[in-house]
Design a protein around this ligand. Structure first.
Ligand code: ZN
Ligand code: ZN
Length: 109
């Protein structure tokens, strides 16, 4: 089980198993929301995720209303996947993502 949450701790989430998809997006909205060149996300089945705390949202993008951390996209009825920004606490997982992103952007950034 992986655990994560926002910067202030008001929102926590837990996911079971491996993600069905991991990606990054460079669209204008993702650049604005992340304050960076891209955002990184992973998708899990909705029933593999548990959330505590309140998610605020703007145009379908979820964040902590207290500290502003970008968290996950709230699901609509019928959605089978939930998209989570990579804010997990396990150092190894963060290192894996960082290495993958660094490799993908070698020579670009
Ligand atoms: Zn917060
Ligand atoms: Zn995007």
């Amino acid at each position: 089980m992986r655990t994560g949450g926002c910067h202030c701790g008001a929102v926590r989430y837990f996911v079971r198993g491996e993600p069905v998809h991991v990606g990054r997006c460079h669209c204008a909205d993702c650049r604005k929301e992340s304050g960076s060149a891209f955002s990184v996300y992973a998708q899990w089945p909705v029933d593999a995720c548990e959330i505590t705390g309140e998610i605020s949202s703007y145009e379908g993008r979820g964040f902590c209303g207290r500290c502003g951390s970008r968290l996950l996209d709230p699901v609509d009825p019928g959605d089978t996947l939930i998209e989570i920004r990579v804010l997990f606490e396990e150092a190894q997982y963060a290192d894996d993502v960082s290495s993958a992103v660094t490799a993908a952007f070698k020579g670009v950034l």
